[in-house]
Design a protein around this ligand. Structure first.
Ligand SMILES: Cc1cc2nc3c(=O)[nH]c(=O)nc-3n(C[C@H](O)[C@H](O)[C@H](O)COP(=O)(O)OP(=O)(O)OC[C@H]3O[C@@H](n4cnc5c(N)ncnc54)[C@H](O)[C@@H]3O)c2cc1C
Length: 461
């Protein structure tokens, strides 16, 4: 029985410093950074232990994230394949860019559970098969959650100084709060990809198994892309994402129709599943009084490539840092927890906002323009690295392109690229001025929304 639970009441009650709801990458990283500090931390997850971290995913994560946060590298069974780079194929498959960069193809549940076990060993309590059914809100501030443990058949009222919503795309805690609280911001269907993947054994050994493959094609994955991520000599994670809310049809139909084009060597499927991926900037505020939101629930995914495990870890790191400060001063208000916003925005959120604009631009490009742009080198591999690392599309690239306009056949594409590059810089400036206090949030948000509206109008011209 977890420490602090009072067994005599009809509804059990317990109290903790921190309640973390959800044990995926975001929740378990938060727990890992909070562990060993003498706090009373409870992490719950609806899944049984052996399925925590088991969610449909491409499982590719850049090594930089582990280095940046000081997280342990995956090892042994946690690591399925080391990655040396990505090959990006144009829609007509005639141009292939190779972007080098180290990373890992994870056995995600194994790595996730290892992080959680380390946190457990260092004092965090973990309850599996336990679901938070409703938040406890008192005087407008978050005070914990009512949880149900399916192993013991107990309903428990858990009070906590800080409650962390790490519920992934379910967003199952924060969306039960009254509307009007900033952390209840909803997801527009168009700002998400519907993604599906299978893991399969291949008929032959995979060529270049240390390189991930990405196939861009509006025809075969409208508003998204196909991937082929080797997980070993003869094992692959293959899938696609398509933009939601556009009436494009079922992701499964695209999968069946184009599997033979992008993964002709698939022999035997060992795993299948899909989920939604948010592809927008993060929540305007990731904190409320007594509450922090992390991971997919806070929309921390990279809007262009849809990778969200590394940024879920960043959000967990920032959450833990902000909670530690709150514990130090004994104040759990949104203003003290605000450091979470400042940390996340500077580490990743600002880049996400800029990449959201790039994503919107890419989603409107016909295959012919992408073929043309890649073939002519309007953007080059190194520019793509710059975009993905810093969220900056170098104006010089677009300007260089503009100078070539006379000789090329698609001036409108080039002009648009220049517009996109300039708005990407502008949005980063807006994020540079992310408010330092809650009271400035609404004004800042109005300026941001204004900028996004201008960008959308410019893109539609
Ligand atoms: C098909 C697909 C491919 C992807 N490919 C990649 C990739 O290659 N690389 C990458 O980095 N990212 C990828 N992503 C994104 C990545 O999977 C997510 O961004 C990341 O796993 C999010 O982690 P999380 O901890 O926020 O959420 P989750 O991993 O979803 O964890 C949320 C946890 O909360 C629990 N939970 C939910 N509600 C409750 C509740 N009320 N009470 C208790 N527990 C609850 C769930 O059981 C779950 O364990 C992909 C996503 C998809 C769908």
């Amino acid at each position: 029985m977890p420490r602090g639970i009072n067994n005599s009441d009809p509804m059990k009650e317990s109290s903790y410093d921190v309640l973390i709801v959800g044990g995926g990458f975001a929740g378990s990283t938060t727990a890992w950074f909070l562990s060993n500090r003498g706090y009373r931390v409870l992490l719950i997850d609806s899944k049984p232990w052996n399925r925590i971290g088991d969610k449909p995913c491409g499982d590719a994560v850049s090594k930089d994230h582990f280095d940046d946060l000081g997280m342990p590298y995956p090892q042994g069974e946690e690591l399925e394949q080391t990655v040396q780079g990505i090959k990006i194929y144009s829609p007509d498959m005639k141009t292939v860019w190779t972007v080098k960069g180290e990373g890992f193809e994870l056995n995600a549940p194994a790595y996730n559970q290892r992080i959680l076990k380390e946190a457990l060993k260092r004092g965090v309590e973990v309850m599996d098969m336990t679901t938070a059914s409703s938040p406890i809100l008192e005087g407008g501030r978050m005070k914990g959650a009512v949880i149900f443990n399916r192993r013991t058949n107990e309903t428990i009222r858990v009070e906590a100084k800080v409650t962390v919503d790490a519920t992934g795309n379910a967003r199952s805690l924060r969306m039960k709060l009254p509307p009007g609280i900033p952390v209840t911001e909803d997801l527009d269907d168009k700002d998400a990809d519907v993604a599906y993947r299978e893991e399969a054994i291949t008929a032959e050994p995979i060529e270049d198994p240390h390189f991930l493959r990405i196939f861009v094609s509006q025809r075969a994955a409208p508003g998204g892309y196909w991937w082929y991520f080797p997980k070993g000599e003869q094992k692959v994670n293959v899938g696609l994402g398509i933009q939601g809310g556009m009436g494009y049809g079922s992701v499964h139909e695209y999968y069946r129709k184009y599997l033979g084009v992008y993964a002709p060597d698939v022999k035997e499927v060992v795993l299948r599943g899909g989920a939604l991926v948010p592809t927008r900037r993060p929540l305007t505020s990731l904190v409320w009084d007594g509450m922090v939101v992390v991971g997919d629930s806070a929309f921390t995914v990279n809007p262009v490539h849809g990778g969200g495990k590394g940024s879920a870890m960043i959000s967990g790191f920032c959450a833990a840092k902000a909670i530690m400060k709150a514990m130090e001063v004994g104040d759990f208000s949104k203003q003290t927890l605000w450091d979470m916003n400042l940390c996340y925005v500077s580490k990743y959120g600002q880049k996400q906002a800029s990449l959201e604009l790039f994503r919107k631009f890419l989603q409107k490009l016909p295959d012919e323009d992408i073929d043309f742009g890649m073939r002519k080198g309007l953007i080059k591999e190194e520019d793509l690295v710059e975009v993905s690392v810093k969220g900056t599309l170098k104006l010089s690239v677009a300007e260089k392109a503009i100078r070539l306009i006379s000789g090329l056949s698609r001036p409108s594409l080039l002009m648009k690229l220049k517009t996109v590059a300039s708005y990407m810089t502008k949005v980063k400036e807006v994020y540079n001025n992310y408010p330092t206090t809650f009271s400035e949030l609404e004004r800042w948000k109005a300026a941001l929304n204004d900028m996004y509206a201008q960008f959308d109008a410019a893109l539609d011209q």
